[in-house]
Structure formats: structure tokens, C-alpha cells
Design a protein around this ligand. Sequence first.
Ligand code: IPE
Ligand code: IPE
Ligand code: MG
Length: 228
Amino acid sequence: MELKIPDHIAIIMDGNGRWAKQKGMPRTYGHKAGADTLRKILSYSGEIGVKYLTVYAFSTENWKRAKEEVDTLMFLFKAYLKSEKKTLMKNNVRFLVSGREEGVSKDLLKEIKKLEEETKDNTGITLNIAFNYGGRSEIVDAINKMIENNETNITEETVEKYLYTKIPDPELVIRTSGEMRISNFLLWQIAYSEIYVTESYWPDFNKEELIKAIENYSKRDRRFGGVK
Ligand code: IPE
Ligand code: IPE
Ligand code: MG
């Protein structure tokens, strides 16, 4: 069977907490393992020719969690920005973050901007991290910016111009850990994305699982409302 490699894959990296619990470990242990999985999946996605990889790392709803867990997620993200710089440059990865700035520490925002700037001319895969991201807040923020700029005659293209990130819509959305829901991820962009859910927890997700998802996607009949 011919494998159709999507240009853009978006992943809801879910199940870190349950993965850790199953091992009798704290949830934060699962988040550390999840960061390692991301490193591997990014590298493999680049190798097989994926052009954009968007990953959901922290939602606007995740602030509801215990302070210790939120602090660890902030810490891990900051550590990732520092530890990955060399590898991202070496692998020609362009790094982007999509999300609301409000609520994120100045320090972390500075590191994000720095890495975006340093990798902006890289021409390999784009890694887009959805952080402090919510699909609804993205749309609300876009509406407010359109009003500020006195936009009139608003079309779909106008709205797209105001979203956090200007990259093509994902053809494939993968969610790990078996949950059949979107949890406020990329509401606008996934209007016609194919959805694939695997039971594996994110720390257990690997190359083979990614290929399985792409195989499944390759068999889909994408009609976009038309008739084939
Ligand atoms: C996904 O794993 C990572 C984040 C949401 C930050 P979870 O932390 O949601 O793990 P589960 O779903 O509780 O197992
Ligand atoms: C979605 O997972 C957010 C991320 C993966 C970052 P959640 O674990 O927060 O979603 P729900 O609560 O199961 O819907
Ligand atoms: Mg979860």
C-alpha cells in the first residue's frame, strides 16, 4: 500500500499521568517521559518527510491542575527550550509556539521568542508547540485583533490571517490514550482533518505507532463534502 505522508500532523499528547500512575510513579514522571517521546517523534517525522508537526503541550484548561504539576510542566518546557536548541539547529528544525502569552512567565516568553528567532530560517520540519493554547481563545483573540484593525468584509482568509500561527491545516490529528475528544485543540484548523485515536499512552507512542496512524490515514477517502 502506498503510504501518503501528511504535510502536517497534529498530536494531542495525552496519557502521561496515567502512564506514570500505572508504574506507581508521580504524574510528573510521566511528563518527563513524554518529553523524550516528543524528541523521538519529531526526529522521525522529519526523516519521513512530514513538513509540520503540531503538538499540544499545555492547554488553557490545564491551569486547573495542582500547582506542583503546573510548575513541573512550565519547568520542563523551559528545560526543553534550552536542551533542544543544538539538536533543532543541527536537524534544520523551525521552532514555533502557538498560544496565549497572558499567564506565561516573562522569562519563559523570552526563551520562546529567542528560540523562534534563532530557528526562523531553518528549512526542515516545523515544530509548532501548542502551549497555553485553546482553540476558543485563539478564535476570540483573532476577533479582537480584527476589531482593533478595523477589518471589514471578513472572509475565512481574513480569520486565518489572525490565528496564532500561519501554517497549513493538519491533514491528520492523532490523539493518544484513547480519549475520543478534541479538548479545545485547533478548532478552526481541523475542520476537515482526519482523526486517529490510539489506546497507547503518549510515553509509549513510537515510530511503529506513527506509521500505523499514517497507514490508516492513507486508506481514508477524503471527500471534503463532495462525492467521489
Ligand atoms: C498529557 O497527559 C499532557 C498534558 C495534558 C500536559 P496528561 O497529563 O493529561 O495525562 P492523563 O491524561 O492524566 O493520563
Ligand atoms: C489535552 O489533554 C491537553 C494536552 C494534551 C496538552 P487533557 O488531558 O488536558 O484533556 P482532557 O481533560 O482529557 O479533555
Ligand atoms: Mg490527559
